[in-house]
Design a protein around this ligand. Structure first.
Ligand SMILES: [Zn+2]
Length: 255
């Protein structure tokens, strides 16, 4: 599908230069600019994409080595597989969010207009601090984890798409462990978790080329093409059975 040899280097360069970054409001792109027929036609696909993927990335800055990169995708990753009975057991064994590597203190923005549901509700996980924002109009909630400090919000506070709502941190709390934002999209009951790739407007293919520290997805050798792509990953329900307890896994189960 993707010709890495021909397009890979160009895509990486484009990401590094910020050329493929799709900013949120205030990020530089005018809404409905122009109005001529040519611009109108060009704008149409973007509008359709926005309707299909209603969220913006939770960082206002463009991706890059000095800002943020994708650390671990959502889904059936090898890392989550290895921790399917521990860290990720409650989420059916898959990585039920996307990790965005970023220095501590990077500003985190709301992915859409919303209402704060909870700040530092640790039953949602992702210590040391977290934030859950509901988006009733969209039927989803977004969750921001491993934050640097307790977000200064109360339940019911209204936040706007693109507004700074928190600062990213490090699960170790040291800022030199593996600082990253763990970002989830859930339903409004906060139990079902969705793949951000299909709901957040971003150039995920380019992000995947340079970002992930663990790009591979765990294989089920009885169905080796299952869940091997960024945009083909299962939903996860809290408390549901493991999805990836494969009889014939690859890489092999180390335990
Ligand atoms: Zn994570």
């Amino acid at each position: 599908m993707f010709d890495f040899a021909r397009r890979g280097a160009a895509a990486v360069a484009a990401v590094l230069l910020g050329m493929v970054w799709i900013p949120g409001p205030g990020g530089g792109r005018g809404d409905g600019v122009g109005g001529g027929d040519g611009l109108g036609r060009l704008a149409a696909p973007a509008a359709e994409a926005q309707a299909a993927r209603p969220f913006v990335m939770p960082f206002a800055s463009p991706p890059g080595p000095d800002t943020w990169l994708m650390g671990q995708p959502y889904g059936n990753t090898t890392g989550a597989y290895r921790q399917r009975r521990t860290t990720y057991g409650a989420g059916q064994g898959i990585h039920f969010g996307v990790d965005l590597s970023a220095p501590c203190g990077t500003e985190v923005v709301a992915s859409a207009d919303g209402v704060v549901f909870a700040s530092d509700a640790m039953s949602f996980g992702s210590a040391p601090h977290n934030l859950m924002v509901d988006h009733p109009d969209l039927g989803y909630a977004t969750f921001y984890g491993h934050l640097l400090e307790r977000p200064d919000w109360r339940p019911g506070d209204v936040v706007a798409r693109g507004q700074v709502v928190a600062l990213s941190g490090d699960p170790a709390g040291t800022c030199n462990g593996r600082p990253h934002l763990h970002y989830e999209i859930r339903d409004l009951r906060h139990v079902r978790k969705y793949n951000p790739v299909v709901l957040v407007e971003a150039d995920w293919d380019s992000l995947a080329l340079i970002g992930p520290f663990g790009r591979a997805f765990q294989r089920d050798l009885d169905d080796p093409r299952k869940w091997q792509h960024l945009d083909d990953q299962p939903e996860s329900v809290i408390g549901g059975p493991l999805l990836n307890d494969f009889a014939r896994p690859w890489p092999p189960d180390s335990r």
